[in-house]
Design a protein around this ligand. Structure first.
Ligand SMILES: *Cc1c(COP(=O)(O)O)cnc(C)c1O
Length: 473
């Protein structure tokens, strides 16, 4: 053992050579590598710290952080529900993670789990076939757009080059359609916060490839005219795409497939209690109606007549949208959650999510212009700046709602408590909202005061992130 010498463990200057363990231990030298020389390096400067320093560093960081295990996290549209521990236990089982290159006959259990999850999600969404491959909701949207393209092309309708999207939609909808090479036709919402049928009618035509819709929409409002909307889109020859981010409102009660949707994604890291918010990994399985099943990504899993499970390439597959079968362990957690809750548990979750949102909406002093709501509501901060309100709420020890979106409501505070909060937590949350509602601009502009980091430069943090210890002088 080396003698502990604190000075030797200080973080080295950026760029200085730090001796590697391998340089001290001649058993780990000269690794044979087939990588090209210009892609390899001789040294790797890693910080060397004694264990107590490392333990304290991470515990300190965890204490400075706020998560769904610290308190309510009502970030609207994100469905930040508590992730039950048993799902982690299941994902940590020895056999949960098998090498994706193993032959199908040696991983029958894994393939069965994939098959069953495809089936569960299909039944929850009312879809005929589901791919597990896309790694996030946004990737699911992009996959869906490519499926729509393949479908139209196979029908000699490749000229359809427009995707219609309501203005209240999530930014990823616009991005996914544009990335897929489509022209985006944005339609304004009606005064009631729902799709304006006249605007939709005017936007649809022989170039329409699809309409992308969230239901309930980002205002937490159910699109009551969904059947008429579906008929209009289908009559125009387009497909109806369901953005599944708000599925928590309908779980076990209503199914996008029954409303006329042809393609949908699931955000398993929202609806099915998979941890998220730290940048991943997540998963965005995509479901489709029968007519689109043969275009699904490669590979897909099916059950043979003999009862075995096998991977195969759907007849007109769009190819791969991610490696292998997607972010597998994330999907294992989703499977465990769905399997444990069952039909009754899932519909109970959506009932409580909707009840909690409506209860909280009643308790806050801020004006809540629309309604009735499903799993989330959008209040208006009125004369206050919604971003300041959010910063100030941190001082009351709660996570703020999503702010300034959707733009239909001035200074929007988009709030989604989820089913996991108790009445007491909701009351505390309402107290925090209402305390801030009564405060002056000075107080708000200087908040937060009680957090580790005060106001950070959000633009710089997003545009110029410094993620390596090398960057921290
Ligand atoms: C979160 C969200 C998405 C994108 O999903 P990711 O999994 O974050 O990529 C799309 N639409 C809505 C309405 C969302 O809230």
């Amino acid at each position: 053992m080396e003698h502990y010498d604190q000075a030797a463990y200080r973080q080295p200057e950026a760029g200085t050579h730090v001796p590697l363990l391998s340089e001290k231990d001649d058993t780990v030298t000269d690794v044979d590598s087939s990588l090209p020389d210009d892609l390899t390096r001789d040294e790797l400067a890693l910080p060397r710290l004694p264990e107590p320093e490392l333990a304290r560093h991470y515990v300190r960081l965890s204490q400075q952080n706020y998560g769904v295990e610290s308190g309510p996290y009502p970030l609207g549209s994100c469905t930040m529900k508590y992730n039950p521990r048993f799902t982690e236990d299941v994902a940590a089982l020895d056999d949960a993670a098998v090498h994706p290159d193993r032959s199908g006959h040696s991983v029958q259990g894994t393939l069965k789990l994939q098959y069953d999850l495809q089936d569960y999600l299909g039944r929850i969404g009312g879809m005929d076939a589901v791919t597990l491959q896309p790694p996030a909701g946004a990737a699911g949207e992009f996959t869906g757009i490519r499926l729509a393209e393949a479908y139209h092309e196979s029908n000699d309708e490749g000229h359809r080059d427009e995707v219609v999207i309501p203005d209240a939609a999530h930014g990823t909808n616009f991005a996914s359609a544009a990335l897929g090479g489509y022209d985006v036709v944005e339609i304004p919402s009606g005064d009631d916060g729902r799709v304006n049928l006249d605007a939709l009618d005017a936007a649809l035509g022989e170039n329409t490839a699809a309409l992308m819709l969230t239901n309930p929409n980002t205002l937490g409002l159910f699109e009551r005219d969904i059947e008429q909307i579906a008929d209009m889109v289908h009559d125009a020859g387009g497909l109806l795409y369901y953005d599944g981010a708000n599925l928590n409102a309908l779980l076990g009660r209503a199914r996008p497939g029954d409303m006329g949707f042809d393609i949908m994604h699931f955000n398993v890291h929202k609806t099915f209690a998979t941890p998220h918010g730290g940048g991943g990994p997540g998963a965005g399985p995509v479901g489709v109606v029968e007519d689109l099943a043969e275009f699904l990504p490669d590979p897909h899993v099916r059950k043979t007549d003999e009862g075995a499970y096998e991977r195969y390439t759907p007849a007109q597959s769009i190819g791969k949208v991610h490696g292998f079968e997607g972010n597998w362990l994330v999907l294992v957690k989703a499977f465990a959650y769905i399997d444990r809750l069952g039909d009754a548990g899932l519909s109970d979750a959506s009932a409580k999510a909707v009840l909690n949102a409506n209860y909280l909406a009643e308790q806050v002093d801020y004006e809540v212009p629309l309604g009735p709501f499903h799993h989330e509501f959008v209040a208006s901060a009125g004369d206050q700046d919604a971003a300041d309100v959010a910063k100030r709420m941190l001082d009351y020890g709660v996570h703020p709602p999503t702010t300034k979106w959707p733009e239909l409501v001035d200074e929007a505070l988009m709030t989604e408590p989820t089913e996991v909060e108790t009445k007491r937590n909701l009351d505390d949350l309402a107290d925090a909202f209402n305390a801030v509602a009564g405060e002056d601009d000075d107080t708000l502009e200087n908040a937060p005061n009680r957090t580790t980091a005060r106001r950070i430069d959000q633009t710089a943090a997003a545009r110029n992130p410094q993620l390596s210890w090398h960057d921290l002088d």
